[in-house]
Design a protein around this ligand. Sequence first.
Ligand SMILES: [Zn+2]
Length: 369
Amino acid sequence: MNSPPMLELLQTLVSHESPSRDKPSLDRLGSLLAEMLRERGGMVEKIANSEGGDHVLARFPGPDKLRPALVLGHFDTVWPLGTLATMPFRMENRRVYGPGTYDMKAGLTIFLDAIAERIKNRPRPIWALFTSDEEIGSPTSRALIEDLARQCAFALVLEPPMADGSLKTARKGVGRYVLAVEGKAAHAGVAPGEGRNAIVELAHQILNIQKLQDLEAGTTLNVGVIRGGTTTNVVPASALAEVDVRSTSMAEAERIDRSLRSLETVTPGTRLSISGGFNRPPMERSPAISGLFEQARRIGRSLGLELTEGSTGGGSDGNFTAAAGLPTLDGLGVLGHGAHALDEHIVIESLTERSALLAALLSELQVES
Ligand SMILES: [Zn+2]
């Protein structure tokens, strides 16, 4: 088919605002994407989701003695409805600005372009899954992604690349925990001895938590939120801390999880409870992933591109496919800057380059089975 120019496609996608928690908006964009995928020859299925936007899965046929290639993208953004009024889609200095351009409507755009125009023969089927909840940790799409991962040969993820364009071959796992302390309230002046100060106990625990960090191993813990107490003349009966945890390996994720669950109180008469866990396992750079990257590098050279690779502390749905054992390359999206920031933009000339790269990878990557 004659696909419209990529800038036009991108503008259409960006003009449909799609915050992760707004089902009507997500479903409008999801339906549009489904239609675009269908026009390009995909057999499209909408996966109903009562808790958020329906997910969109398109299957493009190919010789089915080989397992499919899985392409992953998300069409939700972090931007609330109405953002376009103050942050419109605009072109300036060979860049395109606007909410969700870089993360990751430009990624969806290059796939729509590649599948319409550039992939002449498919050595295997291509399955493209566009999800609606990546920015909130993929609560409703995770099982679906893992299920598809078990059926496919490799995964390509349309998230933005590293700042210099490098593909992402490793990502940290991401955990989120809440530590709650229960103490006992008392009048701070009249009966201080009867109270059990939950904030003091929390302060001890925050220092304990920080000691679990191991920067050399790539493990970080960030107590990012604390809350507690009611007013100054009351010994506080409750306090809590919210903790972000990142690790490069499963072993470290398990060490942190174990340690957090076995924290012990310092202040007599208080109680600790911990909830949460790792919601994205680490994407470890396995031999299969480095092998896939080596192939990508050779394929890139044939297009005149010198591909490099990098790792990041941010998670994506690639964490799920990699942890399920599927060789995964991430960061195949378009060059730009400012994900989740007011100056979010992509570099226009990168659209064509990255669409060509994606098409070449889907045409030429070889994985046994
Ligand atoms: Zn993203």
